[in-house]
Ligand binder design. Structure first.
Ligand code: IPE
Ligand code: IPE
Ligand code: MG
Length: 248
């Protein structure tokens, strides 16, 4: 952006181009009902379709959901395996419905740690939906914001052999980040009552509006999403500058 160009200030922050969601609280939701944590994950996964549909109806171009963090391997083996199984099931079950609605699916994260079948399924689902232009649903799986930055530096270095990182600018690195195909999230929603980022899109959320709610993810309804979107629309996004109101 040109420093003297302030035309963007006049744009009302109405509909975010990109919404990112930390879907937290599945385990506590299940515990409250005396159920195993995996029931919470199954209920949580069911919510995703309605969220994507609502975002699409609102004209949001990108929704990114945090499904499994690079730190979630620390969980008990049976929980990790059931999360993997759920991911496989989700991809297999949803791909047809997603394609019919024009959803493009992308998966970001260090996929090398997943078994070969899951890696193949991810690739196939991405390929099958690659031509869709309705909304881009990105699933962050084995994703960590720190990992993302490091892998971007490594890719940049490989593309510029012999060049010093002294030459590396923010704009040079951006194309190597795993979500280079999307604008930075405008709105980050975290359910489940915690106000932390837990190593999600660290680089990309530099100027995101952060919406934290106590609602547990399996209870996060379209109504709650609509509330988050209207909260977002009321924000005065200054990006380090001064607001239009103050400036004029
Ligand atoms: C979020 O819910 C889902 C994943 C991290 C996979 P949690 O499983 O973290 O639920 P809580 O935070 O324990 O309630
Ligand atoms: C963040 O939730 C990761 C996902 C929602 C996938 P966590 O439950 O793992 O985060 P912490 O451990 O409470 O920070
Ligand atoms: Mg949690």
């Amino acid at each position: 952006m040109n420093a003297s160009d302030s035309s963007w200030l006049a744009e009302p922050a109405a509909v975010p181009a990109h919404v990112a969601v930390i879907m937290d609280g599945n385990g506590r939701w299940a515990k409250q009902r005396g159920l195993p944590r995996t029931f919470g994950h199954t209920s949580g996964a069911r919510q995703v379709r309605a969220m994507v549909e609502h975002c699409q109806q609102c004209g949001i171009g990108y929704i990114t959901i945090f499904a499994f963090s690079s730190e979630n391997w620390k969980r008990p083996d049976d929980e990790v395996s059931s999360l993997m199984a759920l991911f496989v099931l989700y991809l297999e079950k949803e791909v047809g419905a997603m394609s019919a609605r024009g959803v493009r699916l992308k998966v970001v994260g260090d996929l090398t740690r997943f078994d070969a079948r899951l890696q193949r399924l991810i690739r196939e689902t991405e390929e099958k939906t690659a031509g869709n232009s309705g909304i881009t649903l990105t699933v962050a799986a084995n994703y960590g914001g720190r990992w993302d930055m490091l892998q971007a530096v490594r890719l940049w270095q490989a593309a510029h052999p012999g060049e010093s990182v002294q030459a590396l600018g923010e704009e040079d690195l951006a194309p190597f980040l795993s979500m280079a195909y999307a604008p930075d999230p405008d709105l980050l929603i975290r359910t489940g009552g915690e106000s932390r980022v837990s190593n999600f899109l660290l680089w990309q959320i530099a100027y995101a509006e952060m919406f934290f709610t106590d609602v547990l993810w399996p209870d996060f309804s379209v109504k709650e999403l609509a509330h988050a979107l209207s909260w977002y629309a009321s924000k005065d996004r200054r990006f380090g500058a001064v607001s239009e109101r103050v400036a004029t």
